[in-house]
Design a protein around this ligand. Structure first.
Ligand SMILES: NC(=O)c1ccc[n+]([C@@H]2O[C@H](COP(=O)([O-])OP(=O)(O)OC[C@H]3O[C@@H](n4cnc5c(N)ncnc54)[C@H](O)[C@@H]3O)[C@@H](O)[C@H]2O)c1
Length: 376
């Protein structure tokens, strides 16, 4: 049991030492004895546990949402089933529960999070827990708690345990005073939703921890993500997922955005691949820590026209939701992702025609109700 002995010796040395002995240096890649919550820790202590595995040991927070289950599938293929732990505060459906490790984790519970990271020797953390834009506007105090206080917990734990941390940002991190067509990586960011404000906060705090404490923080600004595997989670771009379910189920679709509302969108496979690629990108290829990624940009009317190529009888009416429309009108119409393409070779696979045929094939081949029921 040499590892256990080494661990306990290192731990007892740390615990006997007065003060935190923090030696974090600005710009250093590795965090040395970072102690944000005054919990003593030590670089040698971490290296004992983490040098034991070739693969990262991954934790995904908020893993039962629209994106987390697909991310877990991708990462488990790459790193092995047992090296990827999904977590959430909701009860997982059977197919998720039996597909690999799942653990309860509330990101507002700092001690519980730390225990999970330590006990499972986590080295990479994908922080997906969030309240999305429309849901966040409906409950600002909760969105503030989950999206901001929760992020603080994640940042401190990631820095304390030298984790590589991925936090997704969004087109919603921009606002009406940002350039909208196209929107570059660096420009004015004055969003007017609590969701957007919390995501700008996440970008800035992550970058601050990177430069201040050496946290390996990596962040992508996702467009609206379209997937057949789950129901949308309360975002402004939900219509672009819902249309496929409704077209297959009833042939009728009510759109809550105006027909000419142009927004950047991406098929989930591209989004998850980009996420893995930026996490695997060599540190020296990253000239920034927060990148736009883009694939396509379309309006509801353009999407309807493309769906009608497959389902000509689709009936659509527009019943604008004022909250979502105001949000959409303040968001980018096109995303400039040239830095991601240049630095780490980002390239999307799916444009609008491939997206539509893929979604209809997936939902059609399995059946809308069955497929949605499997994951919710
Ligand atoms: N889906 C998109 O189109 C999109 C676009 C841009 C960015 N993103 C970002 O990607 C991430 C994942 O998005 P999603 O669509 O899967 O979101 P989602 O709303 O579908 O899922 C979020 C998950 O977080 C969980 N959660 C809520 N409170 C929690 C808490 N206190 N502790 C732990 N978990 C909690 C929820 O139970 C839910 O399963 C989010 O950070 C989101 O901002 C998503």
């Amino acid at each position: 049991m040499p590892i256990v002995r080494n661990l306990s010796r290192a731990a007892s040395q740390v615990l006997q030492r007065p003060g935190c002995g923090c030696q974090a240096s600005i710009g250093s890649v590795r965090c040395i004895s970072f102690s944000p919550r005054k919990v003593t820790s030590d670089a040698s202590f971490h290296s004992v546990s983490f040098s034991e595995t070739d693969h990262p040991r991954v934790l995904i927070t908020g893993g039962l949402g629209q994106l987390g289950v697909g991310l877990a599938q991708l990462l488990r293929k790459r790193f092995g089933k047992n090296n990827v732990i999904l977590s959430d505060i909701r009860k997982p459906p059977d197919n998720v529960f039996y597909s690999g490790p799942f653990i309860y984790s509330d990101i507002l519970d700092y001690k519980n999070l730390r225990e999970i990271v330590v006990n499972n020797r986590i080295t990479w953390l994908f922080h997906y827990s969030a309240l999305l834009s429309a849901v966040g506007e409906a409950n600002v105090p909760l969105a503030r708690a989950v999206n901001i206080t929760g992020l603080h917990n994640i940042l401190d734990i990631a820095a304390e345990h030298s984790l590589r941390l991925f936090v997704p940002s969004t087109i919603g991190a921009f606002g009406p005073t940002s350039p909208r067509n196209p929107t570059p990586d660096l420009c004015v960011q004055r969003p007017r939703t609590i969701y957007g404000v919390s995501k700008v906060h996440a970008e800035l705090m992550g970058e601050y921890y990177h430069y201040r404490y050496g946290l390996d923080f990596r962040c992508l600004r996702y467009p609206g993500i379209i997937s057949a595997d789950s129901q949308p989670g309360g975002g402004t771009t939900d219509y672009a997922v819902q249309i496929f379910h409704d077209a297959m189920k009833s042939g009728k679709f009510q759109c809550n955005l105006k027909p000419d509302t142009r927004l950047p969108m991406m098929y989930i496979d591209d989004c998850l691949r980009a996420t893995l690629e930026i996490m695997e990108a060599p540190t020296d290829s990253l000239s920034m820590r927060t990148y736009n990624i883009s694939a396509m940009s379309f309006t509801p009317e353009e999407l309807v026209q493309e769906v009608r190529k497959h389902i000509p009888e689709l009936q659509v009416n527009y019943n604008m939701d004022a909250v979502r429309q105001a949000i959409a009108d303040s968001w980018p119409m096109n995303f400039d992702d040239s830095n991601a393409r240049k630095d780490w070779g980002w390239k999307h696979d799916y444009d609008l025609p491939e997206l539509v045929s893929t979604m209809l094939n997936l939902l059609g081949s399995v059946g809308t109700t069955t497929r949605v029921a499997q994951v919710n």
